[in-house]
Design a protein around this ligand. Sequence first.
Ligand code: GAP
Length: 446
Amino acid sequence: MTTTSQPVTMDKLLSLAKRRGFLFQSSEIYGGLNATWDYGPLGAQLKRNVKDAWWRSILQHRDDVVPFDAAILMHPATWEASGHLGSFTDPLVECRSCHQRFRADHIDSNNCPNCQGELTAPRQFNLMFKTFMGAVEDTASEIYLRPETAQGIYVNFKNVLDTSRRKLPFGIAQVGKAFRNEITPGNSTFRTREFEIMELEFFVKPGDDDDWLQYWTEQRMDWFVSLGVDRANLRLRKHESDELAHYAKEVYDIEYRFPWGWAELEGIANRTDYDLRQHADHSGQDLTYFDDQAQERYYPYVIEPSCGADRAALVFLIDAYQEEKIPPRKPGGKTETRSVLKLHRSLAPVTVAVLPLSRNERLVPTARRVHEILRQRFNTLFDDAQSIGRRYRRQDEIGTPFCVTVDFDTIDDEQVTLRERDTMSQLRIPVNRIVDAIEDKLRHGW
Ligand code: GAP
């Protein structure tokens, strides 16, 4: 078996994503809404698995982080204090001929990339979506959709501190929707106007911040690798001083080698005490921390790993896609090509597919019984349509790590065939041991 070294193209990946039900253009029957995407049955499960994996590593496996879930709508004063009203902008230029708009820092030439027309001078465009709260549409009722979840954590810092009685260093984590009116969204779910973000605000003693930035940068890089992303496709890039966000002292991007080149996957920022100080100043509330060991009061610094769930799911899909040439089984036979998503087993939308060899009336009830046993423990799928070979290919293409096949021998010997996706090797296992066998393979590999 040989694996192609060709990197996957976005066309190929998006065709698979649509054909198999990972991703659909939003409102497709009305012609689609630009740069917004809906997750189909497999995509919804994949994204949930990505968020669960993040949650496990950031919260469940540690004892210094607590969960949070702030509302999307916040008091408008939040955005004044955080600096988003003034500084959350991108430089926008418009073509005087075709009126297409571009981010000035995303284009190379001084002319329109679309028609070569003359461009306007750049102006700062605020990325926050504005809407109205209540029945009156006036400036007093203007409100914003949050562009990050972090501010919900900062304005609740005191609430969490008082109720969870935490000592520094500790973190507050949340996953939720964010909205940005991007000038040039694109590359499917890489840059959209509505997305989900997984954010940790980790509060530390000033002076310890550089070490914690280093720590979280390494942790986050290792997380992607632990979930199967090839380390050669990841790199770290430190922000230059002229590209730092208005709140940041130092930022590292984890970049991924996308089909169109290296681009940001996740940012890890040292936000200093900027946000807590700003909210304290604007609200008049005391947001300091009392350090009872040092017997002093100060604003903690914040280290923030922040990752888009949609962007991470896209990376897991791209990195998992492979095409393999399978040599003919008999002399003179044809070489086959199989597309396979080598998704990490904890991310794959389906863990076990149950396949009766055929729709024979003696096989199907036995296969249903085996399915019933497996679905109590795993994400499963029952498929009895078409030939067994085609069904194996279908499961390979959606990344299912294990197939359990029920054949005529099963009826007599109560054993099923367990097939593994990557090696395509098979084992006979008694039905009463199949759950343990899969658990064991999930933990220790095939
Ligand atoms: N709270 C910090 C923050 O929001 P950011 O670098 O602007 O930092 C963090 O965003 C992450 O969110 C990015 O690394 C990316 O994974 C994701 N992200 C940002 N904008 C996005 C967009 N328009 N569409 C999809 N994901 C986006």
